[in-house]
Ligand binder design. Structure first.
Ligand code: UDP
Length: 310
């Protein structure tokens, strides 16, 4: 099968491309390096079944394929807030262009949606039927509302029978191929620990997140694409929830450091808690559930970032 992966230079795109290539598929990566890394493409280009198109998803494209995996979008708050109007364009126009390309080739589409569509959730853990609590004019809105509009486009294309678009609501995910300067909590804590700097905790560090190792997420993607019928939106993530202070302790214990914690102001609209209800994923995806827990996933990720420093 031929897969088009938008955002192939990014963290999830590169991991998905590798998995598809290892499964014997042909992969066309598309990216403009807005937030992805050239090094991810350099590695992929060594594979004979990988090809690359440098292109901005905001502009239409025409690429023959059997599946479109629409992952192109900055996902880290500092990245997506740097150029919020462009983030909105990537989310909305990028998804529209991906859907139109999929329609042209009768390709199935996988849409990288996000737990951010739940906003600062008032229902915990978050279940797919929860409609969310999003501030439409806050600094996170370019991403949250952009991704919500992208879900609307996918749902309408699907309802109209134009494209079979599968919505994956991705909760915090980490692992190899993330950018070290991504600005997200896992990469910040790992690099701060490896470099002997204070760990930057925002707020009191009592807010929670549930961290999924990337291989588990990608396995979920593969299973969602393989389903014969469209299951509607599906949460994918690890339901084990940690406070940011607990995460800081875990990272330090693995690296073997005892660095100071530097408390910084909490960002505006920072969700206080986040944890996926994965009952639907388990039920629809043949018992899918995360296999790699935080200790093991952090150990692998720390080894990856250590190897980059050599
Ligand atoms: N955070 C932190 N220190 C950092 C970066 C982030 O305490 O150096 C916090 C952030 O305020 C949020 C959580 O960690 O509550 C997760 O942030 P991240 O940017 O990784 O992802 P988000 O889930 O907010 O999109």
């Amino acid at each position: 099968m031929k897969y088009l992966v938008t955002g192939a230079a990014g963290f999830l795109g590169a991991n998905l491309a590798w998995r598809l290539l290892n499964d014997g598929h042909e992969v066309i990566g598309l990216d403009n390096y807005h937030s992805g890394s050239k090094s991810n493409i350099v590695g992929l280009m060594k594979h004979p079944k990988f090809s690359f198109v440098e292109h901005d998803v905001v502009k239409p494209y025409d690429i023959a394929c059997d599946y479109v995996c629409n992952l192109a979008c900055p996902a880290s708050p500092p990245h997506y807030q740097r150029d919020p109007i462009y983030t909105m364009k990537i989310s909305v126009l990028g998804t529209l262009n991906a859907l139109e390309n999929a329609e042209r080739y009768k390709a199935r589409l996988l849409q990288a949606s996000t737990s951010e569509i739940y906003g600062d959730p008032l229902v915990h853990p978050q279940v797919e039927t929860y409609l969310g609590n999003v501030n439409s004019i806050g600094p996170r809105a370019c991403y949250d509302e952009g991704k919500r509009a992208a879900e609307t486009l996918c749902a309408d294309f699907t309802r109209l029978g134009r494209v079979d678009a599968r919505l994956v609501r991705i909760f915090n995910t980490y692992g190899p191929h993330m950018r070290g300067d991504d600005g997200r909590v896992v990469t910040n804590f790992i690099l701060q620990s490896l470099e002997g700097r204070a760990l930057t905790v925002y707020g009191a560090g009592q807010q929670t997140r549930s961290f999924c190792y990337v291989d588990d997420l990608i396995e979920g993607f593969i299973r969602i694409m393989a389903l014969t019928a469209n299951p509607g939106p599906i949460n994918l993530g690890n339901p084990n929830e940690f406070t940011m202070l607990e995460l800081a302790d875990k990272v330090q214990a693995i690296v073997g450091t005892k660095l100071p914690i530097e408390f910084n102001p909490i960002p505006v609209d920072d969700p206080r808690q986040r944890r996926p209800d994965i009952s639907k994923a388990k039920h629809m995806l043949n018992g899918w559930e995360p296999k790699v827990q935080l200790q093991e996933g952090l150990t692998k990720s720390i080894a990856y970032f250590r190897s980059l420093k050599k």
